[in-house]
Write a protein that binds this ligand. Structure first.
Ligand code: RAM
Length: 514
C-alpha cells in the first residue's frame, strides 16, 4: 500500500459529526404471502403500539415492529417482567429487515455467495429484568421481528418501548423544496432518493448501510453528484477523496473501496473503471466548489490514474480485454466490458484534460489531449460497427446496452450521431441489457446529455417509478422489473435495499427538470 499520512490525517480531521433523531415504532404488522406483492410478500397491520405495550409475551410468542420508514441507527429496547419474579434469563431473537422478505424468509435458507453474516439478526440472553438494552451494532431496517424464545413458566415479558436513534451526516435542513406544480410521482421520487442518499451518508458515503457499509468510489461518484444538489456536504466528499488518495495500491492505483475501522485502510480490490473515476469525482467536486487547494493537492493522483489507465491500451489504442484487471460497469454476467472500459477511459481523460487546463499544466493537458484523440479514433476504427450502428466489444464483437451508453457518455461520436446511437439502442434493444440502477443511471444521464429529456424522464419514471410502486422506502441496489427476486449474489435476502448508486433521481430532477 502507498500511504500518504498527511492526506489520511486530513481525511480523518474531516470525520463529520452525525445528526441523530429518535424514531418510535409506528405499528405492529404481520408479513403475509401475496403473489401480487413485491417479491411475494406484503405487510398487514395487526395492532397499535398501545395494544402491543399492554400485551405480555411468553415462550414461543413473536411480533413484528414497523418503524414506518427505512432507518439506520442504534436500537434500544425496554423490557419488564410480568408475573412472578423472573427465575430464568429471557431469551430473545431479533431479526432486522429493510424489506418484508427478510422478515418472512428464514435466514437459514440463504445460500448466496456473499457472507451470510450480512443478514442482520441477534440472539440475546437477558439475566436481569426490567432492563433497557442498547444493542451493540448499527442496524439498517424498517421492520424488526422479535421472537420470545423462552422466559419460564413463571413469568412473561412486556415491552415499554423499542426505539431507534437514527443517524446520518446528511442534514435535512440543507435541502431546498422543489418548486410547486411538479407531478406528484416526481416529488415522491425526489423524496425517496434523498432519503436513500441520507441513509447512506455516515462518516463516509457508504454504498449501502446494510451492505457493504463501506466507501466504494463508483458509488461515491454518484452520491457526490446527488449531494451537490441536496445536502451540499462538500467536506464529506473531500474526506472520501482524501481517503482514496492517501492509500493507493502498490502500483499507484486508487483502490476500489476503503474501510474506516479499526483505522483507515484500503481494500485490495482493484477495478479499472473505479480507479479512473477518481478523476471524475475530483472534476465534479471542483465544478461544485471551485476549491483550488484540493484540486492542486489531488491532481497528481488523478493524473497518475489516467497514466495507469492508458497503460492498458494495446498497440491499436484499445483497452486490453485480458481479464487481468476487472472492470465493474454493471452486474451482468455475460457483459463484455472492453468497449465500456474504453469509453470510461475517454470520459475520464476528458475530465482530466479540463482539470489540467484549469491548473494551467499545459504539458499534461497536451498529453491527455493526444490520448483522447488516440483512444477516440481507435474506438471508431476498431469498435464502431457501421453496419449495425453500434459499438462492439471483445473478441466476439458483443453489442450491449452498456457499451453504447458509455460510448455516448464519452461523446466519441459527433453530437447528432450520439443522439441517434441512443435512439437506435432504445429501438433495437440488444439482448445484453442492464442489471442495476447504476447502469440505468448512466442511460438516463446519456439521454439528458444528448438532449432527449422526454425519454430520460420516461425511463426514470418506468424504472424508479416502478420501484416506488413496489413499495420502496429507499431505492434499491438491484431492480429487475421482470424478475423481482433477481440478485447478483444468489439470493434477494442479501441485496441492499438502500443503495447509494440508486439515489440519483434527485440529481436528475434537480439538475435537469426544475
Ligand atoms: C457491490 C456493491 C457496491 C459496488 C461494488 C462494485 O459490492 O453493491 O456498491 O460498488 O459491488
Amino acid at each position: 500500500m502507498l500511504l500518504n499520512k498527511q492526506m489520511i490525517d486530513k481525511a480523518e480531521r474531516l470525520v463529520p459529526s452525525l445528526q441523530s433523531k429518535e424514531v418510535n415504532v409506528q405499528q405492529l404488522v404481520e408479513v403475509i404471502a401475496d403473489e401480487s406483492a413485491f417479491q411475494g410478500w406484503r405487510t398487514k397491520p395487526t395492532m397499535t403500539v398501545q395494544e402491543w405495550k399492554e400485551n405480555s409475551y411468553g415462550k414461543g410468542d413473536s411480533f413484528v415492529l414497523d418503524f414506518g420508514d427505512h432507518q439506520v441507527g442504534y436500537v434500544k429496547i425496554a423490557i419488564r417482567p410480568v408475573g412472578s419474579p423472573p427465575d430464568a434469563p429471557l431469551k430473545l431473537k431479533l431479526t432486522f429487515g429493510e424489506m418484508p422478505c427478510e422478515i418472512a424468509e428464514p435466514f437459514d435458507s440463504y445460500n448466496g455467495w456473499l457472507s451470510s453474516s450480512w443478514l442482520q439478526e441477534e440472539l440475546m440472553f437477558i439475566d436481569v429484568l426490567p432492563a433497557e438494552i442498547k444493542l451493540p451494532r448499527r442496524y439498517c431496517f424498517r421492520y424488526i421481528k422479535v421472537e420470545v424464545l423462552d422466559t419460564s413458566v413463571k413469568y412473561k415479558v412486556a415491552f415499554d418501548h423499542v426505539l431507534c436513534e437514527a443517524v446520518s451526516s446528511g442534514n435535512s435542513s440543507q435541502i431546498t423544496s422543489l418548486p410547486s406544480g411538479l407531478p406528484l410521482y416526481i416529488v415522491d421520487m425526489d423524496r425517496v432518493a434523498i432519503k436513500t442518499l441520507q441513509d447512506c451518508m455516515q462518516t463516509v458515503f457508504e454504498d449501502g448501510p446494510k451492505r457493504d457499509r463501506r466507501l466504494w468510489i463508483g458509488d461515491l461518484r454518484l452520491q457526490a453528484q446527488a449531494n451537490y444538489y441536496t445536502f451540499q456536504n462538500y467536506d464529506l466528499v473531500k474526506r472520501c477523496m482524501y481517503l482514496f488518495a492517501g492509500m493507493r495500491l502498490e502500483d499507484g492505483t486508487v483502490g476500489a473501496c476503503v474501510f474506516e475501522k479499526p483505522h483507515a485502510h484500503v481494500d485490495d480490490t482493484k477495478l479499472y473503471d473505479y480507479a479512473l473515476f477518481f478523476v471524475a469525482v475530483l472534476y465534479d467536486y471542483y465544478e461544485a466548489t471551485k476549491d483550488m487547494d484540493v484540486l492542486q493537492e489531488l491532481w497528481p493522483i488523478a493524473m497518475e490514474q489516467l497514466n495507469i489507465g492508458v497503460n492498458r491500451l494495446d498497440e491499436r489504442g484499445i483497452v486490453k480485454d485480458d481479464n487481468t484487471w476487472w472492470c465493474f460497469i454493471d452486474w451482468h454476467s455475460e457483459l463484455n466490458k472492453q468497449a465500456s472500459a474504453q469509453a470510461v477511459l475517454i470520459y475520464c481523460l476528458k475530465r482530466g484534460e479540463a482539470l489540467a487546463g484549469i491548473l494551467g499544466n499545459e504539458q499534461e493537458k497536451l498529453m491527455i489531449s493526444n490520448h483522447i484523440q488516440l483512444t477516440s479514433k481507435a474506438a471508431l476504427q476498431y469498435l464502431w460497427d457501421e453496419q449495425s450502428g453500434f459499438f462492439r466489444s471483445g473478441e466476439e464483437g458483443q453489442i450491449s446496452w452498456a457499451s453504447q451508453i458509455w460510448m455516448a457518455l464519452a461523446e466519441v461520436l459527433p453530437s447528432k450521431q450520439n443522439a441517434l446511437l441512443l435512439e437506435r439502442l432504445l429501438i433495437v434493444s440488444p439482448k445484453i441489457g442492464m442489471a442495476t440502477p447504476y447502469l440505468y443511471h448512466h442511460l438516463i444521464e446519456a439521454l439528458f446529455l444528448t438532449g432527449n429529456k422526454e425519454r430520460a424522464v420516461a425511463e426514470m419514471e418506468a424504472y424508479w417509478g416502478a420501484m416506488l410502486q413496489d413499495g420502496a422506502d429507499t431505492f434499491w441496489e438491484l431492480y429487475n422489473p421482470k424478475d423481482k427476486k433477481e440478485s447478483p449474489y444468489g439470493s434477494n435476502l442479501i441485496n441492499s435495499y438502500c443503495h447509494a448508486w440508486s439515489c440519483t433521481p434527485t440529481y436528475f430532477i434537480r439538475k435537469y427538470m426544475i
